[in-house]
Design a protein around this ligand. Structure first.
Ligand SMILES: Cc1cc2nc3c(=O)[nH]c(=O)nc-3n(C[C@H](O)[C@H](O)[C@H](O)COP(=O)(O)OP(=O)(O)OC[C@H]3O[C@@H](n4cnc5c(N)ncnc54)[C@H](O)[C@@H]3O)c2cc1C
Length: 472
């Protein structure tokens, strides 16, 4: 863009959001160019420049977002939405430059509705802040992802996020009522106030998981839950994972614990030993169950009967409580992988009839194709019909040359994801697609991809919204 046109666009954006909320400063552009995607951090770490936006704007509400999108459409400038920048898929990186729209000024709580059981808040609110607001009145949002302190309401909706008590309370898409969304043409729309309706497809589900490619979420009504009277934990050690899957499937046909987390032998022997203190071989599983005491007493009995039948060693409540206290510690420096290591989480979701095979096939594919790469996994989020593998690869000595490092990184992802798809898995449970996995979306969906492409074409004919993300 030449200087004249650049300045023209700048003045229009300043008019839309206020001069103080529109930046072209290098510091703002650099800080909005690296998210939690390993490639972006590696690229910057090796002294290379990540793609940067030309303008960083911070609108205060849907009306200002609408004005920005109208300007972007007129000049056909790409718009990338940035929440907390805690995404792992490069979704918030402005790969084509243009306008970076930071949502964090839209962080107000508009309504605390105890009768309707929801908080209405701006999509730029950091999730922890709305959890605190709920706690002050004796409620909880029951959304506890490990990135609670750094990611936004809009970011979790855009990636269909999930937290540790998901098995009982669900994913973010189970926790949202009405949303306010600004369409690419600047129209402000509202999804219906009661999502479980039969008045056509649920509009929420079109925007949840759409990663800023179809519109910008500006407000949401997030459900609140009464705090449980008791929350109990129980650690178990299984001799092998097959028994753990059978026991868990049987349990889930009867009741839903809040936390269910099964670690493979490698992760039990490393992270669980180090952080939780379980020093025996096997597959560690932590279960939490909660609610009204009388019901929890019954659930505990059912849990112990079923797990005992499948030969699980009952480790009591101590390790489970320790796990809960340390649940964020897993992501602290010293425990979490970090540069110069290369790593990634290939979260894969599948029904029970496929999940264990997918784990073994992915492990084999990664370890045989890349002998210097380790594969560890746990199974975090469980449903009556299946669960997700939080499978990680770790390379201690990736190539120093950034181009070679990117090559190896993408090869590992191709092998892992293609193995998952070939065995009936779905690419991703809750981290989203972003730029990282966009190329694999067609392999996942085949001709069904045209449904997404059609939506994109209709809603965003100029293709300005977050280009190259989500395979669109
Ligand atoms: C240490 C760590 C632990 C994590 N643990 C979890 C976990 O337990 N569970 C989990 O689900 N995730 C987890 N994540 C991943 C991350 O927190 C989620 O992907 C989260 O949804 C990203 O939100 P954000 O606000 O940081 O979004 P960003 O990274 O800023 O953006 C993510 C994507 O959403 C789009 N977007 C952001 N806001 C909006 C909006 N208002 N409207 C439309 N599009 C928007 C962006 O354009 C981008 O495509 C973890 C990340 C880290 C770093």
């Amino acid at each position: 863009m030449n200087e004249f046109l650049f300045t023209q666009v700048l003045t229009e954006l300043e008019d839309a959001v206020g001069r103080e909320n529109c930046s072209t400063r290098v510091i703002d552009k650099v800080t909005h160019s690296v998210d939690y995607f390993w490639l972006s951090r590696m690229w910057a770490d090796r002294g290379r420049e990540m793609p940067q936006a030309d303008f960083v704007v911070s609108p205060k509400d849907a009306k200002e977002v609408s004005k920005v999108l109208k300007i972007a459409n007129y000049y056909k400038i790409p718009v990338t939405t940035w929440g907390g920048g805690g995404g792992t898929q490069g979704g918030a990186i402005p790969v084509c430059g243009g306008i970076l729209l930071d949502t964090k000024r839209m962080n107000q709580i508009y309504d605390f509705n105890e009768k309707g059981m929801y908080i209405e808040c701006g999509a730029g609110a950091i999730y922890k802040h709305i959890e605190w607001a709920a706690n002050e009145r004796g409620y909880s949002t029951m959304h506890f992802p490990s990135s609670l302190t750094c990611s936004t309401v809009g970011g979790f909706l855009a990636h269909r996020g999930i937290g540790v008590v998901s098995t009982k309370y669900g994913k973010i898409d189970d926790m949202v009522l009405q949303m306010e969304v600004v369409l690419p043409n600047g129209d402000i729309i509202y999804t219906s106030s009661a999502p479980k309706h039969a008045a056509g497809p649920d509009l929420n589900q079109i925007f949840i998981g759409s990663e800023g490619t179809l519109g910008i979420i500006t407000k949401a009504q997030i459900r609140i839950y009464v705090q449980p009277e008791v929350r109990r934990f129980r650690g178990f050690l299984f001799k092998n994972m097959t028994a753990a899957f059978d026991a868990s499937r049987e349990l889930l046909q009867i009741f839903k614990p809040s936390v269910m987390r099964l670690y493979d032998e490698a992760e039990t022997a490393s992270l669980i030993k180090k952080i939780v203190g379980v020093a025996k071989p096997g597959a560690f599983m932590n279960i939490a169950y909660e609610g009204k005491k009388e019901l929890v007493d019954v659930e505990e009995k059912i849990l112990l009967d079923i797990f005992n039948k499948y030969g699980a060693e009952d480790l009591g409540s101590e390790y489970g409580e320790k796990w809960w206290d340390e649940k964020i510690t897993f992501f602290y420096p010293g425990h979490m992988m970090d540069l110069p290591q290369m790593f990634g989480t290939m979260d894969t979701i599948a029904p029970y009839d496929k999940i264990e095979k997918i784990y073994w096939e992915m492990k084999k594919a990664i370890e045989t194709n890349f002998p210097n790469i380790k594969f560890i996994a746990h199974f975090s989020h469980w449903y009556e019909w299946g669960c997700m593998i939080y499978d990680r690869f770790i390379c201690d000595n990736p190539p120093q040359d950034p181009v070679e490092a990117m090559r190896l990184h993408n090869q590992v992802w191709n092998v892992g994801v293609r193995t998952a798809i070939a065995n009936g898995g779905v690419v991703n449970d809750h981290h989203g697609v972003g730029i990282k996995l966009g190329r694999l979306m067609k392999e996942q969906y085949g001709p069904a991809m045209q449904v997404f492409e059609g939506l994109k074409k209709q809603l965003d004919p100029n293709g300005i919204m977050n280009p190259f993300k989500l395979g669109l």
